[in-house]
Ligand binder design. Structure first.
Ligand code: NAP
Length: 303
């Protein structure tokens, strides 16, 4: 927001708040091609047991997260929605994502998956729905997209996108949207992204089209905690290796989706707005030729 610089000082002058340490804060969001906004920090719930899920999502909301990344495959959409209702926050203050499971690819199956998400969550609308992975062949991928585009047109799903798509899948989808007339905007892409898997080809494709890039496994599931580069940046900034990795992701312009069921870690992973990696720090994490997934990697699939 623009603020005025007064020429003279008043007796009870209110000082400006100290300049924010960085250009990000926990409420930073990005505008998507759909016209909607997405919070720049997400909270992942893959492998979060359904029985614990409502409580940990509520803790995330209390900590300040406003974005939950679920999926049909995670079997915890319902407790996520229960947490949204129990939070006391307005529905529109929260951003909720689900995904088409690989076994529900194709137009009819994806329509059913979407219906099941609405039935299980009881939500009136879903903020973001992604195709979880590019499996099933071209016809199935395009059919799933058509189902998402229809739901977006109806306003039931605000924004749509893909996960784990390689550049060849993205090109196929872009061509389908241009030639089929089914519509739909590619609002978001979600991929495993961290310094050991930077995916610069995919990121370049996405950035050129204003597709918001979500980064899953942003802290590499803890597998890189002992890397010397993280030890040194951790010491330099007085932050943990996980916070350094999340900060890297934010500063790259991505939407990191850290997962934790541990309250102190949920808090730690959101406490990333009081320091900044400088250019040299960022370059020390630049490994353009590294390709080391810690999760599955459907981007290379050619079915
Ligand atoms: N689209 C896809 O195909 C796909 C695939 C994978 C993940 N995702 C999404 O991305 C989210 C994150 O990915 P992820 O869960 O696989 O990996 P991650 O967030 O990189 O790592 C999660 C692991 O790190 C631990 N952890 C969390 N914070 C920590 C901290 N501050 N210090 C030390 N350890 C910490 C967690 O343990 P505790 O929970 O025990 O604290 C958990 O074992 C998922 O939940 C899901 O929403 C999407």
């Amino acid at each position: 927001m623009a603020h005025q610089h007064h020429q003279h000082h008043h007796a009870h002058h209110h000082h400006q708040a100290p300049a924010a340490a960085t250009k990000f804060d926990i409420n930073t969001s990005y505008a998507m091609n759909s016209g909607h906004k997405i919070p720049a920090l997400g909270y992942g719930v893959y492998q979060t047991p359904a029985a614990d899920c409502e409580a940990v999502v509520l803790h995330a909301f209390k900590t300040g997260y406003r974005h939950v990344d679920s999926a049909r495959a995670y079997r915890n959409e319902q407790p996520c929605a229960d947490a949204i209702r129990a939070s006391g926050l307005k529905r529109e203050e929260i951003f909720f994502t689900s995904k088409v499971p690989p076994r529900a690819m194709g137009y009819e199956e994806t329509k059913k998956a979407i219906e099941s998400s609405f039935f299980q969550t009881g939500l009136d609308y879903i903020d973001l729905y992604l195709i979880h992975a590019p499996y099933g062949g071209k016809e199935a991928r395009c059919g799933s997209w058509r189902a998402l585009a229809e739901a977006q047109k109806q306003g039931r799903i605000c924004s749509i996108g893909v996960s784990n798509y390689g550049v060849h899948h993205l090109d196929e989808l872009e061509d389908y949207i241009k030639t089929s007339g089914v519509g739909g905007t590619i609002d978001v892409g979600q991929w495993e992204i961290h310094p050991w898997l930077p995916r610069n080809d995919i990121v370049e494709w996405a950035k050129g089209r204003n597709v918001v890039v979500e980064a899953y496994c942003p802290i590499v599931r803890g597998e890189r905690a002992e890397e010397p580069v993280l030890k040194s940046l951790s010491k330099k900034h007085g932050k943990t290796w996980a916070q350094v990795l999340l900060r890297w992701s934010l500063q790259k312009g991505y939407v990191p989706l850290p997962k934790s069921v541990t309250p102190t870690r949920i808090e730690q992973n959101a406490d990333i707005y009081d320091f900044e990696l400088d250019q040299e720090d960022m370059e020390s994490l630049d490994m353009p030729n590294s390709y080391a997934p810690c999760s599955w990697d459907p981007t290379t699939s050619h079915e």
